[in-house]
Ligand binder design. Sequence first.
Ligand SMILES: Nc1ncnc2c1ncn2[C@@H]1O[C@H](COP(=O)(O)OP(=O)(O)OP(=O)(O)O)[C@@H](O)[C@H]1O
Length: 705
Amino acid sequence: MIITLRSGSSGRGSHGRGGSAWKRAQEARRHERELREQLRAAQWEVRNWEAASEGERKVAAKLHILTRHGWRLLLDRRWPGTRSANVDMLLVGPGGVFIIDVKNWRHAPEAADGHLTAGGRTYDREVDKLLKVTRVAENAVSARNLSPVAVQPLMVFAGRSVTARLGTVRLLGEREVTPALIAERPRLRPSEVRAVADHLERAFPAYEDTSAHIRSATPTAPSEPGPDDALFDVEGIRNAAMEAARSAPIEQWMTFLHPDQLALVRRAWSGPARVSGPAGTGKTVVALHRAAYLAARTPGRILYVTFANNLPRVQSTFLRTMAPAVADRVDFSSLHAWAGQFLRERGVASTLDSGKAGDAFSRAWKTHGRGTVLETLDAAPGYWQEEIDYVIKGRGITTFGQYAPLPRPRRRTNLRRPHREAVWALYEEYERNRTGKGVHDFNDILALALDEVLAHPGATPYTSVVVDEVQDLTFVGVRLLHALVGDANNGLLLVGDGQQAIYPGGFRLSDAGIDVRGRGQVLRKNYRNAKEVLDAALAVVADDSFDDIDGTPTTGRRDVDLTYGDGRVTRFTAPTRAEHDEALLAALHALGPEAWPDSAVLCRTGTERERYRRLLTRAGIPLITLEQYDGRPVPGVKLGSYHRAKGLEFKHVHLPDHDAPATTAPSDGTDDGIARERRELHRSQLFVAMTRARDTLWLGSVSRP
Ligand SMILES: Nc1ncnc2c1ncn2[C@@H]1O[C@H](COP(=O)(O)OP(=O)(O)OP(=O)(O)O)[C@@H](O)[C@H]1O
């Protein structure tokens, strides 16, 4: 027998606002009366659901309370594609879509060690069946652009009090289910609830036995006495309604995806895959939904890695908000933090000390850098340290024979043999000094971890690895992550954009033995930036063509479809730094305190960041550094370097002194390779910083003679 229950009312639960305790108590009593009346009405509505057991009817009555809070409840639906299988209930509301299996068991359920048992019997097949029908529902709602994260399997136990989880399946008792669902963070608006529920109503049709079909909007109140039901948690419902009313809806992108994004999230890849696309095209959004999707389907864990160490905290907060059921199955980490932890777990000795490693390089430069041919190209040691870090060690080069003919992508300076010999001598001296001090640098940590993984395949619990901002990783870093999962189906997903490379050097995936042919996708729709902002940013890198890590040559000015609204770019040039800084403060004050939490001041260097930390603090503007920020809203301006802003976005972005020269132009007027290379890198960094702005971008300059 089928019942489709609807309710016209969708208001949030009312709650006491009276000034006095007496008034509040009155209000609570009135609300309790209301809820009990609603329950009685709901029990009346489900009384004719003959196919259901008494227990199912009781659960349906409890869930029917939700229809007063904007939910739609579909009872006893046909499972599409099967002859006789049914789905107990489908529930669609502000909190998303729930696929519900009601259990009326004699024994209390227990979820332990990945199994569902009751009275000594195992009920794993019931769980599998629920997961299967959840997949069917996910498929159905993908036509409405809903991500699978919005569809949740739920087992409700009639006559019981239960709160547990078994993998992605939520287990709730008759008592807990209503308050738990009311308290869900809102993700669907009323019109979306309607559209999704209508869609599911068609996809999961009702049985044809119309004699049993009841559609009642306003039930007649039954004459029986009110329920005295210990499994009706009036206070829980009231508190949940208050909590839901307080919590802001989650971001649209945490529920709805563009069909191209959704296809990538749900795709079966037969090996390593690559998602690329210009800034703001939703690559990270795809990566997060993909991680959640895989976590719901594989028994192993998922590793989600980026280079920057502040980003994993933010991304973890996002995943926990959009897919709490799987959040514990995804490990977010920066690559180096993960590698260090892995070595400790495996008992491999390592002594990371970048300070002492830096000293080892300085000493090597004094004896093997100064006065050599290297100084004729660049007298400052920084470039040569980068050569060792990114070109030699970053690419796992261990012999001069490998280094001598090595192509150096993104290094514009041509090094002839004498230069390479000098670099190699410098490198060897650095290694001698470093090992003499008994310390490792960051590259060593990755190399040690790679050796360990190659020596003990299967040493980690990961079935999939998602790499975000892959363009920032070194060759050894990418090889390490590839080694964790190899070429397994749905194993490695590399997400990033070569145009946003902010570190020197480069490599090709094919050199690392990673073949993504036929498994690459480019996203083109920008969801983030106002046209004015994107145009200004693209103008900075328009002439800088680049080779992506998959080897594709790409021009600086790329085709992007814009979806975002209007914006504004303000350019301000001051004669002095003091006046420039005054103008920055004026711009922040003009936005006002309400806008500060969604505003950022981004700086070229750490020293600059300190300067602006002092300036904002003196001006009484609250701030939080990007190192502290974890993705949760905080009442202050975000302050950080361009590097730390990677992967983030803000409504309003301010870039003080944004066009300070990266390097002084050579005095003889020639534009040598190293200076050119530096300026190019700085343009990429500026491009990244500018594209963090959604609506407004403030570009400060100081006029220099
Ligand atoms: N399907 C979507 N619906 C609505 N907004 C979206 C969608 N996808 C992405 N966005 C918006 O676009 C923003 C940019 O997405 P995301 O950070 O994933 O882009 P990206 O390509 O990784 O950017 P970048 O490379 O610049 O870091 C998101 O924060 C979100 O606000």
